[in-house]
Design a protein around this ligand. Structure first.
Ligand code: SF4
Ligand code: SF4
Length: 473
C-alpha cells in the first residue's frame, strides 16, 4: 500500500500508486481547468505532488506546454538567477561485480581495461583537475567490496582534500558509490563529503530486477532505501537520478517525485539534487537495444516539469548530453553542469590509447572547461565555482530553509562572482578572461545590498591585486 512515510521501498515507491497516477494523468491531460489550477499552484513556488506534476508532463496541449516552459524558466531565474555551478566527475575505479545490462563496467565485460587509481594516481588526477580550475568533484566507482573498500574511499577523500597545488583546491567532494550501510554513510559524512549521489536507474521494480540480473545491486529494496540509510547516517544532502531510457519515462518521473516526497516526509529534507542522465553509447552498450529512449523534446519537458515540481532541488546535467541539448535545458531548470569531463579511470592526466579505453559512457560534449565557461558567459550565465554552503555548514534542513526563504540568493550571487574571478585569474585563457571581467563588472551591480556589494568589490580587488583566494558569504 502507498505510504509516503514508510521505510519500505515497496510502499513509498508503490507500483499501484504509480499506475494510478499515470491513469489519472491520462484522464486529465486535456482537462484545461485542472491544468490551469495546477499551473496556478506551481506559481506559488511551493512545488507540486507527483500526481499534479504527472498531469503537466502528460499534457499535449501546445499552449499549456508553453505556459509550463515559461513558468519553469521563471522559477529557475527566481531561485538560481543566471548562475550555473560547475563540477567534474573523477572516476576512481571501474572494477565492478554487478551485472547492470546498460553499463560497460558490468562484471561480464572481460575486454574493457579494469583500473583503480592508487593514492598517487589520485594526486596526479586532482592536480590536473585543479589546473583546469575545478573546485568541486563527484567521485565515481563501481561496486567491488574487495578492491573498492570503504577504507579506500575514505583515504581517497582525505588525499583529495589535502592537495593544494598552486592556487588550486578541491573544496567539495561529492560521491557516487554503491548503496551501503548506515555505519558506512556515517564514515563518509565524517570524511567530509558533500552530497551522496546514487541513481535509482529505474523505479520500475520488475524492470530493475531484469536490468540488474546479478550482484548486490540486484536487491531493489536495499538500493531504493539507500537514501534513508544515508540520512540516518547523518548525510543530509543526497542526490537522486534515474537513467532515462531504461523504462517508460512517465513512470520514472512519478517515481522520482515520490522518492523526493518520501525524503521530505520522513526526514524533513528533500533531495539536494536531481540528475537527469539519458542512456548513451558506451563500450559494449548500444542505446538502441533499449526501447524506451526519449527524444530531445520529451527531455526538455521532463526538465521543465521537475523544475516546477521541486523548485528547491538543484538539477544536474552531465557531458552525456551535447552542447545543443545542454543549451536548450539550461534555462528550463538546470543549475549544475560538468565541464571538461573524462569518464575514464585516470583520464585527466593522460588521454587513454584507443585500445585501452575505460570510459563509462561516450562524452557528447568534449569541450575544455575554458570553452564551456566562455560559452556560458557568452549566453550571459555566470559559471560559479562556489562550494560555500557545505563549508559553512549550510546543509540539509538549514540549507533548505535558506532556500525556501530566498535568503540563499544573498550568498549565491556574490560567491559566484568571487569564485569566477578566481577562475579567471588562475586558469582562463585571455579571451575568456576578458569576457568574464566584463560580466563580473556588470553583475556586481546586481548585488542588492550596498554593504555586501562593497565587500564583494573589495574582495574582487584582493583576488586580483593581492593574489588572495577563498572568500565566501
Ligand atoms: S552502473 Fe555501477 S554498479 Fe552497474 S555495472 Fe556500472 S559501475 Fe557497476
Ligand atoms: S552559496 Fe550555497 S547554494 Fe549558493 S552556489 Fe554556493 S554552495 Fe550553492
Amino acid at each position: 500500500m502507498y505510504d509516503v512515510n514508510s521505510k519500505c521501498a515497496d510502499d513509498f515507491i508503490n507500483h499501484e500508486e504509480i499506475l494510478e497516477t499515470l491513469a489519472y494523468a491520462d484522464e486529465n491531460k486535456e482537462n484545461i481547468e485542472l491544468i490551469d489550477a495546477i499551473i496556478e499552484k506551481a506559481k506559488k513556488r511551493k512545488g507540486l505532488s507527483h500526481r499534479e506534476a504527472s498531469i503537466l508532463l502528460a499534457c499535449p496541449i501546445e499552449e499549456k506546454n508553453q505556459e509550463i516552459y515559461k513558468l519553469a524558466e521563471q522559477i529557475k531565474k527566481d531561485f538560481y538567477g543566471n548562475r550555473i555551478v560547475m563540477f567534474a566527475p573523477l572516476y576512481l575505479s571501474n572494477y565492478c561485480i554487478n551485472g547492470c545490462t546498460y553499463c560497460p563496467y558490468h562484471a561480464k565485460n572481460r575486454h574493457i581495461p579494469r583500473k583503480q587509481l592508487s593514492q598517487e594516481d589520485i594526486r596526479r588526477e586532482v592536480i590536473a583537475l585543479q589546473d583546469m580550475g575545478h573546485k568541486r568533484l563527484a567521485l565515481e566507482a563501481g561496486e567491488d567490496p574487495v578492491r573498492n573498500t570503504m577504507d579506500y574511499y575514505l583515504k581517497s577523500i582525505e588525499t583529495i582534500y589535502s592537495i593544494k597545488h598552486k592556487n588550486g583546491a578541491i573544496r567539495r567532494v561529492n560521491i557516487n558509490i554503491a548503496a551501503t550501510t548506515v555505519d558506512n554513510y556515517r564514515l563518509l559524512k565524517e570524511a567530509g563529503i558533500g552530497t551522496y549521489i546514487l541513481f535509482q536507474e529505474t523505479y520500475h521494480k520488475e524492470s530493475y530486477l531484469e536490468l540488474h540480473p546479478t550482484g548486490p545491486k540486484h536487491d531493489y529494496n536495499y538500493h531504493t532505501e539507500a537514501m534513508d540509510r544515508a540520512m540516518e547516517g547523518g548525510i543530509d544532502d543526497v542526490g537522486l537520478g534515474v537513467l532515462f531510457g531504461l523504462d517508460k519515462y512517465r513512470y520514472e518521473f512519478a517515481g522520482l517525485l515520490m522518492h523526493a516526497e518520501h525524503l521530505e516526509a520522513a526526514f524533513g529534507v528533500g533531495p539536494h539534487t536531481i540528475s537527469v542522465p539519458r542512456l548513451k553509447h558506451a563500450d559494449d552498450i548500444n542505446p538502441d537495444d533499449f526501447d524506451n529512449g526519449i527524444d530531445d523534446d520529451t527531455f526538455a519537458k521532463i526538465v521543465a516539469c521537475i523544475r516546477i515540481a521541486v523548485p528547491y532541488t538543484g538539477m544536474i546535467i552531465s557531458t552525456r548530453e551535447n552542447q545543443k541539448t545542454r543549451e536548450r535545458v539550461l534555462h528550463l531548470g538546470i543549475s549544475q553542469i560538468s565541464g571538461g569531463s573524462r569518464t575514464s579511470v585516470g583520464g585527466y592526466c593522460e588521454p587513454e590509447p584507443e585500445d585501452e579505453k575505460s570510459e563509462q559512457f561516450d562524452v557528447s560534449d568534449s569541450r575544455t572547461l575554458d570553452e564551456v565557461v566562455r560559452w556560458l558567459m557568452e549566453m550571459d550565465y555566470i559559471p560559479s565555482f562556489c562550494t560555500a554552503c557545505y563549508r559553512e555548514g549550510r546543509t540539509g534542513d538549514r540549507f533548505m530553509s535558506l532556500c525556501k526563504s530566498g535568503q540563499i540568493q544573498n550568498c549565491c550571487h556574490p560567491n559566484a562572482l568571487m569564485t569566477l574571478k578566481e577562475y579567471l585569474m588562475d586558469y582562463a585563457s585571455p579571451e575568456t578572461k576578458a569576457i568574464g571581467d566584463k560580466l563580473i563588472a556588470k553583475e556586481v551591480l546586481n548585488v542588492p545590498n550596498e554593504k555586501a556589494r562593497n565587500i564583494v568589490l573589495e574582495n574582487l580587488r584582493l583576488i586580483e591585486q593581492d593574489n588572495r583566494r577563498d572568500f565566501r558569504f
